[in-house]
Ligand binder design. Structure first.
Ligand SMILES: NC(=O)c1ccc[n+]([C@@H]2O[C@H](COP(=O)([O-])OP(=O)(O)OC[C@H]3O[C@@H](n4cnc5c(N)ncnc54)[C@H](OP(=O)(O)O)[C@@H]3O)[C@@H](O)[C@H]2O)c1
Length: 264
């Protein structure tokens, strides 16, 4: 990753911030984007102390012109883009029939799906030039349904369909498309998950100490970028689940239901 220009959306916290820290250690040039400028600066300062060149761009990926500003910022600062990690994401924790305002689903779709679409469209000319890597951070919920996650799962399935289709279109272009499917990862995403009333649920229903650590998740993403892997399904349960889904899909439904009930 030495001297590679890596754009990470959602780099102010969680997986994106840890990815930035690990890539800084490897000598990447970083373009960090998110809405919270203060948190972005804290991550950038850490990376700079490790010798990395970093710029931050305050951006809402649900707004197309913000995504354009991220990529033009990258080109201006570093002359191009080698890797785009579409990581910015928002989630929910509510049964569909309990949701009071359906705009929650629209917002999640705009951030998780359209955010990735806007950023990819703006970055592709640079990725074609560099023969770079396009990364989509989806979720196991992008491969199978999960209760309390209707809108989130839909947005992650949309990412899967988009990037799997684009991969075929990009065959021969030199651009690799890498999809990441994490299971539960211990970050603050659950505290900020939108509840049925449209407000953050504030307390994570997941046993955060029992699930994958953010360092391991980021390490696996770095490895996938370096190897230009097609996709990474992060947990054993996820890998087995994908096979089981072909043979006994209702069993996978029960596994998903149990995971939500148990919080791990
Ligand atoms: N944690 C898990 O269990 C898990 C599992 C599977 C998949 N994932 C996926 O992994 C990715 C990262 O999740 P995480 O767990 O690291 O979550 P997180 O800790 O909540 O971080 C989410 C990041 O996305 C950014 N973001 C949210 N809305 C944004 C917007 N409109 N524009 C720009 N940035 C935005 C946030 O920054 P600002 O608030 O500063 O904008 C933050 O940097 C997400 O796509 C998520 O769906 C997570």
């Amino acid at each position: 990753m030495k001297d590679k220009v890596v754009v990470i959306t959602g780099a102010s916290k969680g997986i994106g911030a840890e990815l930035a820290r690990q890539l800084a250690e490897r000598g990447a040039k970083l373009v960090l984007a998110a809405r919270n400028a203060g948190e972005l600066e804290t991550v950038a300062e850490y990376c700079k102390k490790r010798g990395a060149q970093v710029i931050t761009v305050r951006a809402d990926v649900g707004v197309e012109r913000d995504c354009a500003a991220i990529m033009s910022g990258a080109a201006l600062a570093f002359g191009g883009i080698d890797v785009l990690v579409n990581n910015a994401g928002a989630t929910m924790w509510a049964r569909f029939e309990d949701i009071q305002d359906l705009s929650i689903l629209e917002r999640i779709m705009r951030v998780n799906y359209m955010g990735a679409v806007y950023c990819t469209a703006q970055a592709l000319p640079y990725l074609r030039q560099s023969g770079g890597v396009l990364v989509g951070v989806s979720s196991l919920a992008g491969r199978t349904g999960v209760p309390t996650r209707t809108g989130y799962s839909a947005s992650k399935h949309a990412m899967t369909g988009f990037f799997d289709s684009l991969r075929i279109e990009l065959e021969g272009s030199g651009v690799a498309v890498t999809m990441i499917y994490p299971g539960f990862v211990s970050t603050g995403i659950r505290e900020n998950a939108t509840g049925p009333d449209g407000k953050p649920i504030a307390v994570s229903p997941v046993q955060e100490g029992q699930v994958m650590g953010v360092e391991e998740c980021a390490r696996r993403i770095v490895q996938a970028i370096e190897r230009r892997e097609r996709e990474v399904v992060m947990t054993a349960r996820g890998k087995i689940g994908l096979w089981l889904k072909l043979l006994a899909p209702s069993l996978v439904d029960r596994i998903a239901k149990r995971a939500i009930e148990k919080g791990r």
